[in-house]
Write a protein that binds this ligand. Structure first.
Ligand code: ATP
Ligand code: MG
Length: 198
């Protein structure tokens, strides 16, 4: 008898303002290590926890760059599910939407260690913890105490440590320092021609 394995879909959410090599290296490695059929890079519409602190690039532009970055990368895709839904982006809503589309799918939430440390502040986090498997990837400068994740079905995936953030990319643009190899050439050109982060 063949027992069909359930489809495992990962969601790796972020503002991606802009997407950088740290996101991509974490994503490809988490996908393979967690045995995911597909990992969706879910571009947040309105990052409610960041609202008010700085100007955020329009969601469509952030999505365009994520889409371009994962083009042709096995098992990775860009998702605009939260942009299409509109309003504040809550991961629990995205998980429910994926489960409605396919009740048999297993949803795996992939986060960096900094995001993992803040999970208890997420909207309806107790329900989220019951519905997903959690995968935490390491990130330089971030640490999450495993004991604080006892509500979750959690595993840790070791990825190459890359001390890069979107904040650092934006600062580099403002300072006129190079972005080469931290983001794609297309991203560099897109930032320049749209006058982003100045
Ligand atoms: P910002 O500086 O604007 O917060 P960011 O680089 O942290 O940007 P986000 O869009 O906030 O990027 O993060 C999306 C997800 O990617 C989060 O789960 C975060 O932990 C993870 N992530 C971002 N950069 C890295 C990295 N260098 N290594 C591992 N994970 C990362
Ligand atoms: Mg961040």
């Amino acid at each position: 008898m063949i027992i069909a394995r359930k489809r495992r879909i990962g969601i790796f959410g972020g503002t991606f303002d802009p997407i950088h090599v740290g996101h991509l290296v974490a994503a490809v490695n988490a996908r393979v290590a967690a045995d995911l059929d597909e990992l969706l890079l879910v571009v947040s519409n309105s990052p409610w926890q960041k609202e008010g602190s700085r100007a955020i690039t329009p969601a469509e532009m952030r999505f365009l760059l994520v889409k371009d970055a994962v083009l042709g990368v096995d098992g990775l895709s860009a998702s605009d599910i939260e942009i299409l839904r509109g309003g504040s982006s809550f991961t629990i809503d995205t998980v429910e939407e994926l489960n409605e589309a396919d009740p048999e799918v297993e949803v795996v939430l992939v986060v960096g260690a900094d995001a993992a440390a803040g999970l208890a502040t997420w909207h309806r986090y107790e329900e989220l913890a019951k519905r997903v498997e959690l995968v935490v990837v390491n990130r330089p400068g971030a640490f999450v105490e495993p004991a604080t994740l006892s509500d979750w079905n959690v595993s840790f995936v070791e990825v190459p440590s890359l001390a890069v953030s979107s904040t650092e990319i934006r600062q580099r643009v403002a300072d006129g320092r190079p972005l080469d190899f931290l983001v794609s050439r297309h991203t560099i050109e897109f930032i320049a021609s749209n006058h982003l982060y100045r």
